[in-house]
Design a protein around this ligand. Structure first.
Ligand SMILES: C[S@@+](CC[C@H](N)C(=O)[O-])C[C@H]1O[C@@H](n2cnc3c(N)ncnc32)[C@H](O)[C@@H]1O
Length: 501
C-alpha cells in the first residue's frame, strides 16, 4: 500500500474545494460584528481547502485562517501555498489536531473546513490508539468506539470547535452516512447540529478507494425540513431533499438518496384507484340537467378549467360548458340518475376522489374529499378514500409524473405543448417508492388547496414538489423541477356569481 493511501491522504479537487468552501461560508457572519471570521482546517495537508476559503472569503468580513497538519513537509507546503495565494495571514501549525493544540478550543471558530484522513479503523494507521481513544471518549462521548473511523472523530470534534451557529464543512467517506457502526455518531451529529448541504460523489471524483460525500452542518442550527443537494465532479446543485433526522440516523434515507434516480416501485396509480373518464353521452346528459344556481342544492359540476394543481376553482371563476359561461354550475343528481344510462357512471364518480384535468401544460389534479362534486367530461375521476385521494393527487401533481406523461403522450392533445391522458394512461403512471416523503407531499398539497394567496399557493406547491422529488428519488432531476415550475398556471382569483349584496 502506498504511503499516501496509508495516511488516508486524498487532496480535495479544486472544484469540490470551491463549492465546499462556498457552502460552508454561505451567509456566515463573525461572532463579533467587527471581528474577523475565524476559520480552521484541522487536517490541512498542503492547504487546498484553506486556499479555496481565502478565494471565496466575503468582501465584508476579514478571515483569520488557521491550518493544523501532522506532517511537517505538508505543513511547510501549506505555508507556501497560502502565502502564494495572497493569504499571508494564514497560520499553519504542525501538530496532531485531535490532541487539541492550544488554539483549538471549544467554540473558538466560526467555521471548520476539512477533508480529514479516511483511514479504515481496522488498518494499522487508522486504528486510534487506546490512550487517545480514552481522551477522545472523555471529550466527545460514547460514540467514539474501537471501530470509529478517524474522519468521524474529526467531524464530532469539529462540531465542538465551532461556536453555536458556526458551521462545519467536511468531506467524509460515504460510509459515514450509511454504516451501522456510525449510527451513534450520526445521532450525535444531528443532535448537536443541523444538516444544511449534502454533496454525493457518484462519479469517483477522488482518487480514492472509498466513495466520498461532503456535508455542511450548522452547530445548533435552526430546525428545517430541507437539505440543499449537489452531486458529481463539479458538485453542481441538484435541488433539495427532505431532512428527516430519524431516518438519517438510521442511515436508510441516505441509502436511498445516494441513488440519484431510484428505481420505481413497480406499482402504478391503477393499483390505488380505477380512473374513470366519462363519455359523450355522460356529457350530454350532464349539460341537459345543468343549472346555474347561486344557492342551489344540486351537486357542484367541475370542469377541467375549474381544476388547478391542488385547487378546485368552482365559485371562484366561471366555467365554460356547452359554449356558455356558468358561474356556479350545479346538477340535480336525482334528475340526472333518472335519465337512465348515466346512473352507473354517476354512482362511480360521486364520492371522495382525486380529479385530473386534461389538455393542460402540466398534470393538474385536485381533490374532492367530501364527494359532492360531479366531474364534467373530460375530467378524469380517481375515486378513493379522502386520505388516499390526497396521495394520488400529490403523485399526479409531481414534476416527475408531469414530465413522464409529457414525454409519453406529447402530441395527443389539441396543443402540442399540452398533455392529454386517457383514464388507462393515468392508471399506468408509476407511484413513488418511498412513502414518507409522499405523505409529506400530500399534506403540502392539502395546504395548497386552502392557500389564500398566490404566494402561499406556490410555496405549498413547491414544498409538495420537493417532497415528491424525494419520494420518486428524482431529487437529482433539477431540470425537470425547473421545467415544471415554469409551466405552473397563474393563481386565479375572482368571485364568480357572488350573490348580490
Ligand atoms: C486528505 S488529506 C487533506 C488534504 C487537504 N485538506 C486538502 O483538501 O487537500 C488529510 C491530511 O490530514 C493530515 N492528518 C492526519 N491526521 C491528522 C491529525 N491527527 N492532525 C492533523 N493532521 C492530520 C494528513 O497528514 C493529511 O495531510
Amino acid at each position: 500500500m502506498s504511503g499516501r493511501r496509508d495516511a488516508g491522504d486524498y487532496p480535495t479537487p479544486p472544484a469540490i474545494a470551491r463549492v465546499l468552501a462556498t457552502e460552508t461560508l454561505r451567509a456566515l457572519t463573525p461572532a463579533t460584528s467587527h471581528g474577523p471570521l475565524r476559520i480552521l482546517d484541522p487536517a490541512c495537508g498542503a492547504g487546498n481547502l484553506l486556499r479555496a476559503v481565502a478565494a471565496c472569503g466575503s468582501a465584508s468580513h476579514r478571515a483569520d485562517l488557521l491550518g493544523v497538519e501532522l506532517d511537517p513537509g505538508r505543513a511547510e507546503r501549506a505555508r507556501h501555498a497560502l502565502a502564494d495565494a495572497g493569504s499571508g495571514g494564514a497560520t499553519i501549525i504542525c501538530a496532531d489536531a485531535l490532541l487539541r493544540p492550544s488554539p483549538l478550543r471549544d467554540g473558538a471558530f466560526d467555521a471548520v473546513v476539512a477533508n480529514p484522513p479516511f483511514l479504515s479503523p481496522t488498518s494499522r494507521r487508522g486504528a486510534i490508539p487506546a490512550h487517545t481513544r480514552a481522551q477522545l471518549r472523555a471529550r466527545l462521548g460514547p460514540s467514539i468506539a474501537a471501530l470509529t473511523n478517524i474522519a468521524t472523530v474529526f467531524l464530532l470534534d469539529s462540531l465542538r470547535l465551532v461556536r453555536p451557529g458556526g458551521r462545519v464543512g467536511m468531506i467524509l467517506p460515504t460510509s459515514f452516512l450509511t454504516s451501522r457502526d456510525a449510527t451513534g455518531a450520526r445521532a450525535q451529529v444531528l443532535e448537536e447540529g443541523t444538516l444544511e448541504w449534502l454533496w454525493t460523489d457518484g462519479e469517483g471524483v477522488f482518487d480514492a478507494a472509498v466513495t466520498v460525500c461532503g456535508v455542511v452542518i450548522t452547530r445548533a442550527g435552526k430546525p428545517h425540513t430541507t437539505i440543499r443537494r449537489s452531486a458529481g465532479r463539479h458538485a453542481a446543485p441538484t435541488g433539495t431533499s427532505v431532512f428527516r433526522p430519524a431516518a438519517h440516523v438510521a442511515g436508510e434515507q441516505w441509502r436511498d438518496s445516494l441513488h440519484r434516480i431510484a428505481p420505481s416501485s413497480g406499482s402504478t396509480i391503477g393499483d390505488l384507484t380505477t380512473p374513470i373518464a366519462g363519455f359523450r353521452r355522460h356529457y350530454y346528459a350532464l349539460t341537459a340537467a345543468l343549472s346555474d344556481a347561486q344557492s342551489g342544492t344540486g351537486m357542484r359540476v367541475v370542469t377541467a378549467g375549474l381544476i388547478d394543481p391542488g385547487r378546485v376553482l368552482w365559485g371562484t371563476i366561471p366555467a365554460r360548458i356547452a359554449h356558455r359561461k356558468w358561474d356556479r354550475p350545479r346538477v340535480d343528481a336525482d334528475a340526472l340518475r333518472s335519465a337512465g344510462r348515466v346512473s352507473a357512471w354517476l354512482d362511480a364518480v360521486t364520492g371522495p376522489k382525486a380529479m385530473l384535468a386534461t389538455q393542460t401544460r402540466i398534470l393538474e389534479c385536485a381533490v374532492d374529499p367530501v364527494g359532492d362534486v360531479v366531474p364534467s367530461v373530460p375530467v378524469i375521476a380517481l375515486p378513493a378514500s379522502a386520505d388516499r385521494s390526497w396521495l394520488i393527487a400529490a403523485a399526479l401533481c409531481s414534476p416527475h409524473l408531469s414530465r413522464l406523461a409529457f414525454d409519453r403522450h406529447r402530441g395527443a392533445a389539441l396543443s402540442p405543448d399540452a398533455i392529454k391522458l386517457s383514464a388507462s394512461e393515468a392508471a399506468d403512471l408509476p407511484t413513488p417508492r418511498r412513502t414518507g416523503p409522499w405523505e409529506l407531499a400530500a399534506v403540502a398539497l392539502a395546504d395548497a388547496a386552502m392557500a389564500p394567496t398566490a404566494s402561499d399557493w406556490r410555496d405549498a406547491l413547491q414544498r409538495m414538489a420537493h417532497h415528491m422529488d424525494d419520494a420518486y428519488g428524482a431529487a437529482g432531476a433539477a431540470g425537470t423541477h425547473t421545467w415544471w415550475v415554469e409551466r405552473l398556471p397563474r393563481f386565479k382569483t375572482g368571485n364568480a356569481g357572488a350573490p348580490p349584496e
